[in-house]
Ligand binder design. Structure first.
Ligand code: SF4
Length: 400
C-alpha cells in the first residue's frame, strides 16, 4: 500500500475542493501523481527522520547509511539536523513534556472509505498536539495558512492529516489545542504553523465529505488552476486537451501577422500573446505525457511506436589515480593532461565561503544579464530597460 492515496489523500485534498471532477478524471489514469511530490530523495529523508524520532538518535548517527537507494550524505544529514532543530524550537513554543504519538503512519480520513494519508509525526503534551508535515524538497515555500483576498485558508493537506490523526488518536486530542506545522528545512529557518480549533476541523471534515459527494455525482465542478500542477489527470482532462488541439485559438490569419514595432499593441503582438498562452498549456501537457509514457515503458508496458533507449553515455576514467602514469609513459605531459585551476563562479564561491563562516563581499562581483527572456506581466521582476540590456550585453561580451 502506498503511503499516500493517489486519489483521495492529503496531498490532493486541495485539488478535490477546487476541482471535484479531478476524482473521476484521476480514476481514468493508471499513473498516480504521488511520485512527482515524493521523489526518492524525499522518501529517504522521511524514512531517516522517522528512524531518528523512533529511536531517539541524532541524524549524525545514520550518516552514510543507504535508504530508498539514497546514501545519507553529510549534506542530507545537515538537512535532517536542521529539521530536528526547527522541530525543537517549535516544541519549546508550546511547553514541555512532549511525547511522540505516532511517526510516519498511514491514517484513514474518517467517514470516507479509501481516503488516507501518510502522517509524518504527531506529538502531544498536557495542553497541545502538534501534527508535523516534513517537506524536504528545495521547491517553493508551503504555508500552513495562506492569506487570500479577505479570507485566510488553512493548508488543506495539513488539515487532512490533522483530522485523520484526531480520528485515530481521539484520547490524545481530547481537550487539547491543535497545532498544524510544516517544516521545510531547505526553504525556511523556522517551522510554519497554525493553530486550529476542533470546530474548524469539523467544518473541514464536512466540507471534504461534501466535495467527495459532489465528485461522485453527475457533472462535478471542473476548474483549472495551481492544483493541476502535479495532477496526472491533465493528460485526459478536456480543460487541458482542448486548448492543445484548438489551434483556432491562435487565429493565425494574414492580418494578424502584420507586425508593428512602434510601441503600440499590434495584431501581430496579440497573435504572439495568444500563442504564448497556448504554448504554456501545450508544454505542461507534453511534459506530463512524456513523463507517463516513460514510466509506463519502464514498468514493462508497450507504447506503440516508442521504446526506451539509454541516454548518451559519457566516457569516464576507470581509475583516475593510475591514468597520469600510464599516459606519461605514452609521451603525454602535464599540459596535455591537466587543466588550469579556474576561478569558481560567485554562487559556487558563496557556498564555499558559507562553510568557512564568512561571506563573499558584494563589491567583488556584479550582476550582468546575458540577454532577455519572456515573462508574464505579473512576474515580480521589473521589465527590462532596453538601454541597460545592450550595455549588459556589451560588458558580457567584453568579459569573454
Ligand atoms: S487537470 Fe486540473 S482541471 Fe482537469 S480534472 Fe485534473 S485537477 Fe481538474
Amino acid at each position: 500500500m502506498s503511503t499516500h492515496s493517489a486519489i483521495l489523500g492529503g496531498s490532493n485534498a486541495a485539488r478535490l475542493f477546487a476541482c471535484p471532477a479531478s476524482y473521476a478524471e484521476q480514476l481514468k489514469n493508471p499513473v498516480g501523481d504521488v511520485e512527482s511530490v515524493y521523489a526518492a530523495e524525499g522518501t529517504a529523508l522521511h524514512q531517516a527522520i522517522a528512524f531518528c524520532m523512533e529511536n531517539g538518535c541524532s541524524p549524525e548517527a545514520i550518516i552514510d547509511q543507504n535508504l530508498s537507494d539514497h546514501t545519507l550524505t553529510p549534506e542530507l544529514i545537515e538537512v535532517l539536523s536542521k529539521a530536528r532543530a526547527m522541530l525543537k524550537r517549535l516544541q519549546l513554543q508550546f511547553g514541555v513534556g512532549w511525547r511522540v504519538v505516532t511517526v510516519e503512519n498511514i491514517l484513514e480520513f474518517p467517514g470516507i472509505t479509501g481516503a488516507f494519508g501518510g502522517v509524518d509525526l504527531v506529538l502531544s503534551n498536557g495542553q497541545f498536539v502538534i501534527v508535523v508535515d516534513w517537506k524536504f524538497g528545495q521547491g517553493i515555500p508551503v504555508y500552513a495558512l495562506t492569506h487570500g483576498d479577505g479570507y485566510d485558508e488553512v493548508n488543506a493537506q495539513l488539515m487532512f492529516y490533522g483530522i485523520a490523526a484526531r480520528a485515530a488518536y481521539k484520547n490524545r486530542f481530547k481537550n487539547k489545542r491543535v497545532i498544524l506545522a510544516i517544516i521545510q528545512p531547505r526553504v525556511r529557518d523556522d517551522a510554519d504553523w497554525v493553530e486550529v480549533d476542533h470546530d474548524e476541523m469539523d467544518g473541514f471534515q464536512a466540507a471534504f465529505e461534501a466535495a467527495y459527494l459532489e465528485a461522485l455525482g453527475k457533472n462535478p465542478h471542473r476548474e483549472r488552476g495551481d492544483h493541476c500542477r502535479f495532477a496526472t489527470c491533465k493528460t485526459t482532462c478536456p480543460l487541458w486537451t482542448a486548448p492543445v488541439f484548438d489551434l483556432a485559438v491562435i487565429d493565425p490569419h494574414a492580418a494578424a501577422l502584420k507586425a508593428s514595432a512602434d510601441g503600440n499593441v499590434s495584431d501581430y503582438g496579440n497573435f504572439l500573446s495568444r500563442s504564448l498562452q497556448l504554448s504554456e498549456f501545450v508544454e505542461t501537457w507534453i511534459t506530463e505525457i512524456r513523463r507517463q509514457a516513460h514510466l509506463h515503458l519502464e514498468d514493462g508496458g508497450q507504447v506503440p511506436g516508442y521504446k526506451l533507449v539509454p541516454k548518451r553515455g559519457t566516457r569516464q576514467w576507470i581509475d583516475p589515480e593510475t591514468v597520469p602514469a600510464e599516459l606519461y609513459n605514452l609521451g603525454l605531459d602535464d599540459e596535455d593532461m591537466f587543466t588550469e585551476p579556474q576561478l569558481k563562479s560567485p554562487a559556487q564561491m558563496e557556498k564555499a565561503a558559507k562553510q568557512h563562516g564568512v561571506e563573499v563581499p558584494d563589491e567583488l562581483f556584479h550582476k550582468v544579464s546575458s540577454g532577455t527572456t519572456i515573462a508574464p506581466l505579473d512576474d515580480k521582476r521589473p521589465a527590462a530597460d532596453r538601454g541597460r540590456v545592450i550595455e549588459d550585453l556589451r560588458i558580457a561580451l567584453k568579459a569573454l
